[in-house]
Ligand binder design. Structure first.
Ligand SMILES: *Cc1c(COP(=O)(O)O)cnc(C)c1O
Length: 414
């Protein structure tokens, strides 16, 4: 970063400061990860300088010889990794990718059916706060109030009653796997397009640790920066019959020129995800999550659905008499970074809900294993018991920093 250091000390210092923050804290944000240095390198290239509206071989600008080759490489890798007929690598991020699916398959006012935001759904699955909830008639299914699990009978009932154009499966905060065959069956019965948003668990699918939605869904979207461990961006994967509709929805339907430098980073991340080490990483992500879930349960934390099958854990703190925000703020003081989250049957407001969400992708990427999961559970337990005691929180922070020093973060040169 020689030129940055010379030309802009303020930004350079912020980058350095963020590097040291990411190195010295434990990141349990379920949607975050650490990309490799190769991914970061690919994102900071002269591909930033190119406009390439259109698709490889059919651009609206001349001078696309390298951009065409790059985007084709990314598309081919996405198709191979996820065993899918068609891939669009241009969406700027997960939310625009989802909007493109709505644009391709529905008209304003049409009915869509997705998971309730408070039960782990995403804003773009028809929340009233999102354009998707304002422009479409969004109906929501909830988790079973006794098991905290997806209730396929309830989803079928709602689907037959409301006849949605689009049936959405996928989540931002559901600690279990999804039965895509059941969703396919429901979509067939009610005549809906089945749209799976695998933003959170795409890396587990790529690494063979989660069933793939591809054989069942009409269309699948994913962010590239969560468990998949690439740069911030998204993919849309679909059957060939929907290829034209999806491509037209992304461009010119929603976007202008693709972010070619990000496409380069995505291509690198997809190559990495095909390597045997990535399978090992995905397996470790799940095993770490299961271990952390066990250790937290043993310390009296109440886990939504009682545990996890994937990379994330949702904790309802009501029984500990603290709120999600209190816990998240105290943990930040202790050097552990995560987010407060609503839980199924939430009674508090979204800005200070009853729960926290945590995930193991980032810590697994830096090499944490079972011993470190036990330590994290222990730090969290001590934090919960000393929620207002800055002295104790400060001493936990010291231990966290020392632990982190032994696990260099990928992508950061020490
Ligand atoms: C993160 C996420 C998104 C949105 O991704 P952004 O890149 O933040 O726009 C969409 N859907 C789900 C399920 C997500 O978890």
């Amino acid at each position: 970063m020689k030129a940055l250091k010379t030309n802009d000390q303020e930004v350079y210092q912020l980058v350095k400061s963020e590097e040291s923050y990411q190195q010295s804290t434990i990141r349990l944000i379920a949607s975050e990860n650490y990309t490799s240095r190769a991914v970061l390198d690919a994102c900071g290239t002269v591909f930033q300088n190119k406009y390439s509206e259109g698709y490889p071989g059919a651009r609206f600008y001349q001078g696309q010889v390298n951009c065409d080759a790059l985007e084709t490489l990314a598309i081919d890798r996405a198709k191979k990794l996820f065993q899918v007929e068609h891939a669009n690598v241009q969406p700027y991020s997960g939310s625009p990718a989802n909007l493109a699916v709505y644009l391709a398959f529905a008209k304003p006012g049409d009915t869509v059916l997705g998971l309730n935001l408070n039960h782990g759904g995403h804003l773009t699955h028809g929340s009233k706060a999102s354009a998707t909830g304002k422009w479409f008639n969004a109906v929501h299914y909830s988790l079973n109030s006794e098991t905290d699990l997806l209730d396929y009978d309830e989803i079928l009932k709602l689907a037959m009653e409301h006849k949605p154009k689009i049936l959405i499966a996928g989540h931002s905060a559901y600690p279990r796997q999804i039965d895509f065959a059941k969703f396919r069956d429901i979509a067939d019965k009610c005549g809906a397009v089945l749209f799976v948003d695998m933003a959170h668990f795409a890396g587990l699918v790529a690494g063979g640790q989660h069933p793939s939605p591809v054989p069942f869904a009409d269309v699948v979207t994913t962010t590239t920066h969560k468990t998949l461990r690439g740069p911030r961006g998204a993919l849309i994967l679909c059957k060939e019959v929907h290829a034209k509709a999806i491509d037209k929805a992304v461009f010119p339907g929603l976007q202008g020129g693709p972010h070619n430098a990000t496409t380069a980073g995505i291509a690198v991340a997809l190559k990495e995800a095909m390597a045997p080490e990535f399978r090992e990483y995905a397996k470790e992500v799940v095993e770490n999550a299961k271990c952390l879930a066990q250790e937290l349960t043993a310390r009296g934390f109440k886990l939504v659905s009682g545990g996890t099958d994937n990379h994330l854990i949702l904790i309802d703190l009501t029984s500990k008499n603290i709120t999600g925000k209190q816990m998240a703020v105290a943990l930040e003081k202790a050097g552990i970074v995560l987010n407060y989250n609503t839980v199924p049957g939430e009674t508090r407001k979204p800005s200070d809900p009853s729960g926290i969400r945590l995930g193991t992708p980032s810590v697994t990427s830096r090499g944490f294993g079972r011993n470190e999961m036990k330590l994290i559970a222990e730090y969290m337990d001590r934090t919960a018991g000393n929620i207002d005691n800055d002295e104790v929180l400060g001493s936990i922070n010291k231990e966290v920093t020392e632990l982190c020093a032994g696990f260099p973060v990928p992508g950061i040169e020490v």
